[in-house]
Write a protein of this length. Structure first.
Length: 377
């Protein structure tokens, strides 16, 4: 309470400052102080809902690496150092308290999707969906109108409206695919069909969110891939060519680099070569709908993993500075790079998916931690 009172007094002195000066001040403050500051007045709380301010303040922070494993979510800390003989992987479980969900049983997470500091979770029980803010400990739940399992769900937002989050539901089993939308800011709070939207391809990879839109690797015919984007503002699909793809390569996964770029992992069908490509002109994506790509690295895995073949379940993130890739495929973790960062660990039959995300404040984690160390090759 004393701290809260002091903050309110300070608020009265700075509340009349120009907006750009306030943003400059807040950009220099510790995130824990900001968490408390947003509770002092409506002006500050509104500022923390402004997407432009959030992008300037928080999108520059280090990204958290998350893993969904054993029906739980974990934050990961990777210590990859080529000069040492061991690499460390540390798990910290995200707290699941304060869901405020009216169910009389425990639930397990079967899938997860990250967007704008929020997590969209799917449960094994009755295909329930949960939108969770792990920093504020708040969540809401809903049920898809189509209870068939195996559908694809993505979380995004309208670029011109604040807090305009939406969920896209895709069921590919029918012809044409069944598409539905749930609007959080709509008064009806119900699913509506997107009858005039046509998918026209088969989604092959896990989706990733960038600037409110969702991207997938998709295909029309075998081994001919394209980049599929769903724009949550226009509620339309965009299809873009992957000009770098070569004959004899299979594109397996997408990832996000620093919330600014897309990255693609592709593997040769004939050799053990794996290539990582990164986009170079993302700021003009909305205007041109054309992406240019540069090859970050190319590694032959035969020497290290005996002709290992990744699957469409692979997820990965990259460290651009060290040109190192961390892949999680089924129950296996692989680390490789051009500077001979090579490692491998088996998690004993526990499938997992790994993705990167940023949060408005530091997420709360339980005291449970697991540390794994394995030698580099």
């Amino acid at each position: 309470l004393p701290l809260r009172n002091q903050m309110r007094k300070r608020t009265m002195k700075i509340i009349d400052l120009p907006r750009d000066l306030l943003e400059n001040i807040f950009s220099r403050l510790d995130e824990e102080f900001l968490r408390q500051l947003r509770c002092t007045c409506k002006l500050f709380n509104a500022l923390f809902k402004d997407r432009r301010f959030l992008q300037n303040r928080f999108h520059k922070a280090a990204r958290e690496v998350l893993v969904m494993m054993k029906s739980e979510l974990y934050l990961l800390n990777f210590d990859i150092n080529g000069s040492q003989s061991y690499t460390m992987i540390e798990f910290s479980r995200l707290r699941r308290r304060n869901y405020h969900i009216d169910v009389d049983h425990q639930f397990d997470v079967s899938d997860a999707f990250h967007c704008d500091g929020l997590l969209l979770l799917r449960t094994t029980y009755n295909n329930m969906l949960i939108v969770w803010n792990p920093c504020l400990g708040k969540a809401m739940h809903l049920y898809p109108s189509n209870q068939c399992k195996g559908g694809i769900f993505a979380l995004g937002y309208h670029n011109e409206l604040c807090d305009s989050y939406k969920i896209l539901s895709i069921h590919q089993k029918g012809d044409p695919a069944e598409l539905e939308m749930f609007d959080f800011y709509s008064d009806s709070r119900s699913w509506r069909a997107l009858d005039d939207v046509f998918l026209g391809c088969i989604i092959q990879s896990r989706g990733v969110s960038l600037t409110g839109n969702t991207y997938w690797i998709a295909s029309k015919v075998i081994n001919e891939f394209l980049l599929l984007c769903f724009d949550f503002t226009t509620e339309r699909f965009e299809r873009m060519d992957l000009h770098f793809q070569s004959v004899g390569y299979k594109i397996l996964a997408l990832s996000i680099v620093n919330e600014e770029q897309l990255s693609v992992l592709q593997q040769s069908l004939e050799t053990s070569m794996v290539e990582i490509w990164v986009t170079t002109n993302d700021k003009s994506l909305d205007q041109t709908k054309i992406l240019s790509w540069s090859k970050l690295l190319a590694v032959d895995l035969y020497t290290y993993y005996y002709d290992h073949r990744f699957t469409f379940d692979v997820s990965f993130f990259i460290d651009k500075e060290s040109k190192t890739v961390v892949c999680w495929d089924k129950e296996q973790v692989y680390i490789f790079g051009e500077d001979h960062h090579y490692g491998h660990i088996n998690f004993g039959g526990e499938p997992a998916v790994m993705f990167q995300g940023w949060f408005k404040f530091k997420p709360e984690c339980s005291n449970y931690k697991q540390v794994c160390q394995f030698p580099m090759r």
